[in-house]
Design a protein. Structure first.
Length: 259
């Protein structure tokens, strides 16, 4: 419901990966870890977190935040699993093996999240990975798209809920904004510009956030509109400024705002 109201109201560096040391050096390290060196295991995993993040971001086709995204935790656990399972007799590098294990676990995760298993009969497109296991690229691609779409909806909804709470501090109800929204696009664009001017001025925003009122007198010194225009659109301007100033990338995207 909030998303509908919001629509009416409106009318990355990729992580640097770890370069792979000489194969024999890695094999020795893995062997020592498998022999029970817990301290070495923890250090090894910590050292290769950028590599795990890079593989995960490449698989998901978007930046993965290790501190926030579940996919990173899934991949990191798979990396640890690969340490336990790796053997030099496999005839392949550890990092290549680890990437295969991480991709498998991420695929399983996406399938579980979206219940895609068995729902996309594209078996004719199956391909073999490095371990001779069948992977369906169409299924994986669609699973990723569906998962990202659902995750985007959840994050967008979360932003709107937080934004609604922020508005309540100004005694503004979200539903009021649909009535306050200008009917003409040129008027909306003008107010977007004023709202951005307000958000970019630290002193004006400090006044807005501390006094909970639009700094009309000070704002008139920076924009070419009448006092009546600012007063009439007070709630709308406050909302726009809060979106520009707050942690709301999805809401700014709705405004076609670019940093």
């Amino acid at each position: 419901m909030l998303l509908v109201l919001f629509k009416k109201f409106l009318g990355k560096k990729e992580s640097q990966g770890q370069s792979e040391p000489h194969a024999s050096s890695l094999e020795v390290t893995i062997h020592q870890i498998q022999a029970g060196d817990l301290r070495l295991r923890n250090q090894f995993i910590a050292d290769y977190q950028p590599y795990v993040a890079k593989v995960t971001s490449r698989f998901c086709k978007r930046y993965i935040d290790p501190a926030r995204d579940d996919e990173f935790s899934i991949a990191l656990a798979a990396f640890n699993e690969a340490i336990n399972q790796y053997s030099s007799v496999m005839g392949r590098s550890f990092l290549g093996f680890a990437e295969t294990v991480m991709r498998r676990r991420l695929i399983d995760f996406l399938r579980k999240e979206q219940r895609f298993k068995g729902q996309i009969p594209y078996s004719s497109f199956d391909q073999e990975d490095d371990e001779d296991n069948l992977l369906n690229p169409i299924e994986v691609h669609q699973a990723i798209e569906a998962y990202e779409k659902q995750k985007g909806l959840e994050e967008r909804r979360s932003e709107i809920i937080d934004f609604s709470r922020c508005l309540s501090d100004f005694d503004i109800d979200f539903s009021e904004l649909t009535e306050a929204s200008p009917k003409h696009d040129d008027s909306r664009q003008m107010l977007f510009g004023i709202g951005r001017t307000l958000a970019q001025d630290a002193e004006l925003m400090r006044t807005l956030l501390t006094k909970r009122q639009l700094p009309i007198k000070e704002l008139l010194e920076q924009v070419q509109v009448s006092r009546k225009t600012l007063e009439r659109n007070r709630k709308y301007l406050i909302a726009i400024a809060l979106i520009f100033n707050g942690p709301y990338p999805y809401l700014r995207d709705y405004l076609h705002i670019r940093e």
